[in-house]
Design a protein around this ligand. Structure first.
Ligand code: URA
Length: 491
């Protein structure tokens, strides 16, 4: 028996080098033992160096699927993982189809372990919560997170946090090893006990109020929620302390939501409309040259009757923000609250947007925010009925295409350098084409526009996040929105 000593429990490079040397030496799986430094393995094994390469052994090769599977499997906490990998590697030299043989015991095991590690990485992304612990002498904020992974996933999973929180200084402390990012270098250190992690701070309150805000009692599926967010993680999540109370109140709140009267009683809506009656009624779009400023546009938009959507709505909702903002966000259409107030993004979707912007340190008031369609489209509550809310209805492609006259003019007047399409209706309005958000996310798309050179960044609409019932998936989607907006703001 020959022992190969690895530097760490997830030392993939060490395993790879050792396994290659053992193969070249012609060692059978039962003759090799992998031990992790400091973990006491291989106490009784022969620690003599590996035999030299055997000239009759051909250099090993592997199918390309093996390396990523091995990288994941090395992170598994089963002590047999290195031996399994070496056995597979050894067998692959005689049978390159082995990884395709799902019924093979070793192939089955590596796939199961890789899947378990992937799940652990996924939990890490969803449940790591940084707490502010202090500042460096130059004022850079420092954050620490305590997390309890099932496997040795910290090293593998830390790249994600480097990309996401590149400008922060942070540490992820775990009982299976720690990672540290100082804005330039990612380093790793030994495990620490939980007592080294800070208990709470101001971010805690932020998480709690965010979580309570996105918690929709009508979508509560307790079992699904607990399987997606296992109780094991609850004690490290600030928002988890709210869960039992929210579940208890959920049924009550759900009935209250169903029973609630329209957001504003009909009479109130009619009164509001009177206030919003325009001086000029526009049966069609105005002459472009008469709209020279955003004030002209707002005044003219008030009287827009260019499509039937004006009729049930309270008022047209123009964009809002600095007249020459370098960046413009385009939503779909005003919601219930926006329709009543005459301002875009002041309801729940706007709250998500503002929360995300302040989290990435950007003042929402520096952004011009507007919509593809300027009137609220909804299911009108039957006259005289109570207990019904005005329910948002998606605008049709025809309505979006028709209304984009206003958006185009807004772009010409504001002349932003970057436009962020929040969801599919905005993409349609900006490009004249219907595209899937998934396919368009993650880059800047040049747009030809009379306003000048323009880059479009596409992301999900914030209300998409509000519709996701499982908290950790909602959080993932929110992190995606953060990434996309951070990218757009960096352009
Ligand atoms: N959703 C939108 O797309 N726009 C708003 O203004 C509000 C909600």
């Amino acid at each position: 028996m020959h022992t190969i000593t690895l530097n760490a429990p997830d030392d993939f490079d060490g395993w790879r080098a050792g396994a290659k040397a053992a193969l070249l030496a012609g060692l059978a799986p039962e003759d090799v033992l992998f031990a992790v430094e400091g973990q006491g393995g291989g106490l009784f094994a022969d620690t003599s160096p590996l035999p030299p390469p055997n000239p009759s052994v051909k250099p090993p090769t592997v199918p390309k699927d093996f390396i990523p599977l091995a990288q994941l499997t090395v992170c598994h906490s089963d002590p047999e993982r290195f031996a399994l990998l070496y056995r597979l590697l050894h067998r692959l030299q005689g049978d390159r189809t082995l990884l395709k043989q799902r019924a093979d015991a070793d192939t089955h095991r590596i796939n199961v372990w890789a899947k378990e590690v992937r799940r652990d990485l996924h939990k890490m992304k969803a449940f790591v919560r940084f707490r502010k612990t202090g500042e460096t002498p130059d004022g850079t904020e420092q954050f620490v997170s305590w997390f309890e992974p099932t496997h040795y996933t910290v090293r593998y999973g830390s790249g994600f946090f480097v990309r996401r929180f590149a400008s922060m200084h942070w540490s992820i402390l775990t009982p299976k090893g720690c990672s540290h990012w100082d804005g330039e270098n990612l380093t790793f250190s030994d495990p620490v006990p939980k007592s080294e992690a800070p208990a709470d701070d101001a971010l805690e309150d932020y998480w709690k109020s965010y979580y309570a805000a996105i918690f929709n009692p009508a979508r509560l599926k307790t079992q699904a929620m607990q399987s997606e967010m296992p109780k094991k993680y609850w004690h490290n999540l600030p928002e988890a302390s709210l869960i039992p109370g929210l579940i208890e109140k959920a049924r009550e709140r759900e009935s209250a939501m169903i029973e609630a009267p329209p957001t504003m009683p009909l009479e109130g809506m009619m009164r509001h409309r009177e206030v919003a009656q325009p001086d000029r009624v526009q049966e069609t779009f105005p002459d472009r040259d008469t709209i020279k400023t955003l004030d002209d546009l707002r005044a003219s938009l008030k009287g827009c009757r260019a499509c039937p959507l004006w009729e049930p709505a309270t008022q047209a909702v123009p964009g809002k923000g600095p007249a020459h903002a370098p960046i413009m966000f385009v939503g779909e259409q005003p919601g219930d609250k926006e329709d009543l107030a005459g301002e875009p993004f002041i309801g729940p979707a706007g709250q998500v947007l503002r929360g995300v912007l302040s989290e990435i340190g950007h003042d929402p008031d520096n952004i011009y925010v507007t919509n593809a369609v300027k009137h609220f489209k909804f299911e009108p509550p039957p006259v005289g009925s109570r207990g019904k809310r005005r329910l948002h209805k998606n605008p049709t492609v025809k309505e979006i295409d028709h209304c984009k006259w206003w958006l185009n003019r807004e772009i010409e007047l504001v002349q932003p350098r970057v436009v962020v399409a929040l969801g599919g209706s905005a993409v349609r309005a900006l490009t004249g084409k219907s595209g899937t958000i998934k396919a368009l996310r993650g880059g800047a798309h040049p747009l030809a526009h009379r306003g000048g050179a323009l880059s479009m960044v596409v992301t999900n609409h914030p209300s998409y996040i509000l519709r996701i019932p499982e908290p950790h998936r909602a959080e993932q989607a929110r992190q995606g929105l953060i990434d996309d907006l951070r990218f757009a703001l960096s352009l």
